[in-house]
Design a protein around this ligand. Structure first.
Ligand code: COA
Length: 338
């Protein structure tokens, strides 16, 4: 039994902040940001827009596409969902309720279980595997939504040029369905690798707000913000990207030439360039849209999947790798036959 992605969707805030816009606010330049990261702009959610708002829009767009494909109404599809799983570093609320529950209610997915997962930028990769496992555990389950949604502009430190330039807001989603065996060869999610190295936890953190450092407000207790050891994360990311690709190839006993496209987490174009060089594969094998959106953490891979899908660039039979890495530290990859 396998699962297939039958529809994708995304939500991108209209407000766009270019590098030059940022250069007017902090000590940086378009040239530095582009040459060090490949980022040209990021989209920023309006005040009052939370992760669940972007997630809901992405989910609705996904259901609309699934409706076209299946002939069922969006409403019927929402009610047929068995699970909504949502990866986010910037949930609406810390701890409770989950952002997935808010989406479940607004979507009308009243038969779906709903939960958030915390795997930072690897959230979508983890979420897809967990949703597939959930469906495969019980034949009465059939459909799930996997969402990545972030409003990173709320936790970016706008006084720290080393991190502020890197992040953006957005959401992406996929609708997955049990794949009935059809004798036409293997399709859908073929294999996943998931991993973590918690010894690197401190290299990417939002320190305040949890039970270790409860946020109290006032005095020295500044707002929630991302703190990062950029060099340590960079080194981890290049290794994680390279090794996850190699491991997926080895486990499936295929060559890189069999892979149509690699969709990496969009953290830094230089991470991708370094991995391509180590693997001795052309950079063109990797899909990059970081120039437009910057790093949207758990949302970056489903946003990329939706861009490619809606542009008609994912063809039946294409072999796709999605590779994530990020805070935790976490990493993972999915091999999908479209
Ligand atoms: N604009 C201009 N100068 C900047 C800058 C900015 N936005 N950010 C940093 N600099 C400066 C630094 O202050 C430093 O100046 P100095 O030499 O005078 O001290 C110089 O640029 C080099 O800084 P450094 O941190 O060594 O740059 P780098 O080449 O390592 O690039 C990152 C920094 C953050 C782009 C890079 O480390 C990175 O991408 N790391 C991974 C981050 C990531 O992807 N995180 C999310 C993972 S999911």
């Amino acid at each position: 039994m396998g699962i297939e992605i039958i529809a994708t969707g995304r939500a991108i805030p209209a407000k766009k902040l270019t590098n030059n816009d940022l250069a007017g606010r902090i000590d940086t330049t378009d040239e530095w940001i582009r040459s060090h990261t490949g980022i040209g702009a990021r989209h920023i959610a309006d005040e009052g827009v939370a992760a669940s708002d972007l997630a809901l829009e992405a989910a609705q767009n996904t259901l609309a596409l699934a409706a076209e494909k299946t002939g069922l109404s969006g409403e019927a599809l929402a009610q047929s969902l068995d699970l909504i799983i949502l990866g986010s570093t910037t949930p609406d609320y810390y701890g409770v309720p989950s952002t997935a529950c808010i989406v479940q209610d607004k979507l009308g997915a009243r038969n779906a279980a709903a939960l958030d997962i915390t795997a930072a930028c690897t959230g979508f990769i983890y979420g897809l595997e967990l949703a597939a496992g959930f469906i495969n555990m019980d034949r009465s389950r059939k459909r799930a939504l996997v969402i990545g949604a972030e409003v990173l502009s709320r936790v970016a430190d706008w006084n720290d040029r080393g991190t502020a330039v890197l992040f953006g807001d957005g959401a992406g989603a996929v609708f997955i369905e049990r794949l009935e065996p059809s004798g036409r060869g293997q399709r859908g999610l073929v294999r996943t690798i998931l991993g973590a190295d918690g010894s690197g936890a401190e290299s990417l953190m939002i320190k305040r707000g949890g039970s270790r450092h409860p946020y109290q407000g006032g005095g020295d207790d500044g707002p929630l913000r991302v703190e990062m050891d950029g060099r340590a994360v960079y080194n981890f990311a290049v290794k994680a990207l390279t090794e996850t690709i190699e491991r997926l190839l080895a486990k499936e006993d295929i060559s890189i030439h069999d892979v149509t496209r690699i969709i990496p987490h969009q953290a830094n174009a230089r991470i991708v360039q370094a991995a391509a060089k180590r693997l001795n594969i052309p950079e063109s094998k990797f899909f990059l849209n970081i120039e437009e959106y910057a790093n949207t953490s758990a949302a970056s891979i489903p946003i990329a999947l939706d861009e490619l899908n809606r542009a008609g660039e994912l063809k039946r039979g294409d072999v796709i790798m999605t590779i994530g890495f990020g805070g935790g530290l976490t990493y993972g990859g999915n091999l999908i036959i479209w």
